[in-house]
Ligand binder design. Sequence first.
Ligand code: ATP
Ligand code: MG
Length: 566
Amino acid sequence: MPTPDTTSPSHFIRDIIAEDRRQNKNGGRVVTRFPPEPNGYLHIGHAKAICIDFGLAAENNGVCHLRFDDTNPTKEDIEYVESIQDDIRWLGFDWRDKLFYASDYFEQLYQYAVQLIKAGKAYVCSLSPDEMREYRGTLTEPGKDSPYRTRSVAENLDLFERMRAGEFPEGAHTLRAKIDMASGNLNMRDPVMYRILHASHHRTDDQWCIYPMYDYAHCVSDAIEGITHSLCTLEYEDHRPLYDWFLDQLQTPCHPQQIEFARLNLSYTMMSKRKLLQLVNQRHVSNWDDPRMPTISGLRRRGYTPESIRTFCERIGVAKRNSLVDIALLEHCLREDLNKRAQRVMAVLHPLRVVIENYPEGQMEDMEAVNNPEDASMGTRQVPFSRVLYIERDDFREDPPRQFFRLAPGREVRLRYAYYLTCTGVVKDERTGEVVELRCTYDPATRGGWAPDGRQVKSTIHWVSAAHAIPAQVRLYDHLFLTPDPGADEDGDLAASLNPKSLEVLRGCQIEPSLAGATPGSRYQFERQGYFCVDLDTRPGTLVFNRTVTLRDTWARIERTQKGRA
Ligand code: ATP
Ligand code: MG
């Protein structure tokens, strides 16, 4: 379990829990839960909830339960149950032996419902869905009592039992709580507790054909498990009176406290599971773990570290008001972490051939390269150097503009870890005029990158030896959406707001040979380019890399200008 960052500022939920413990509420115990519905993969928003639920439990020597809220069999799947567990573990959290399913409680939930019927607090309603909507009223008008509201307890018990026995088709009846059809809170207008669904469940098969609704199942499950603090997102604030109502009516073992916090919204990122599923089904992305997806599995495949995601979740804090967080902050946390741990290597993404005319043919030297200037313990490695190299096409200009200090005809630059190099000629494709090769000379006295006569060069470029480099495919990613707030428009056309340039595939990249055999998930900094991670599609002989993030840090710039203004 990751240790909490004790330097992190407090927030209102931390404060509430600290106060509860001071007063020895719940005997000083802290038990939280994370309650995903297994109807999709977890995303970065869930990561925030996970860090809060598991993090606060850990900080307080408590435990966080993982409970699948599997009350809607038509949308749920075992694939999701498994991916959710993998993702939480990968983030670094542990539910110990506290793995539960709402479906474990179907019998108890049923018995509690019977209790409510017997107490005259629930009834079987036979309005059609359309009628029910009509009777419900609006925000400005009160609802009307259902004509079935006055059914006797005996009749309700009989009908509810026969609902369970499968006697009725879907939609024929529901079980509703008897609260107040005139309540200003629509959630309190006799909410549905059970509906009939003739659907197989991934855990209970065909044992049930009535399924509890979230609002009823959730609070009772919390109480059965002895949850002390039931933390959820703000959209449940209006449901809290109902949460409390159910627990007040029932003789449950305890009454957990529901506390709401703001959900995470991230710029250029879609956070609705329903829409993410659409992206997958409509093949806009390769799958849930496409490196452009905001899912935990997508971020993992892209090369994110669990540490960077946890740091991000800590930095954004926990507030009571929804806001939009700049994705540059997430990327900043990632760079900070990768900067410490990623090995530096040289990789040429757009190769341009360089022939060093005064370097002996057939000769090869090993150049010593530093693995990580941030961490001396990562040591050094040898990189082969020879007569024919590849450099980045962008590092050469035949006709350099004023501020361009890299290679140009007659210009001298430093080859990283190697020698000074001067461009003496250019070979072009006769037909297209495209530069296909540079002719150069090197200065043998500058080995290691310094001239004994003290002459300076203005730039250092990276390279690989053509005879030794290994080819690779590199996938460059950009935001999946063009608009900063793609989630804002509920019914907007997903396809229209997608960024057509969110994926660029580069074939024929050249990588230094130390990366031969690199395994999926390994992360590197390609010097001067960014952080990259070996993709799952890598096969023997075909390395595939994902660009995790570029080196340019827009968040650092935002912070600097903010400081400048303050
Ligand atoms: P839906 O209920 O529409 O399927 P959901 O994203 O709420 O989608 P759940 O599986 O119910 O999915 O979420 C599990 C938990 O994660 C809930 O407690 C929810 O409050 C929390 N959560 C979901 N999205 C976010 C978010 N963007 N930021 C923070 N917490 C979130
Ligand atoms: Mg939900």
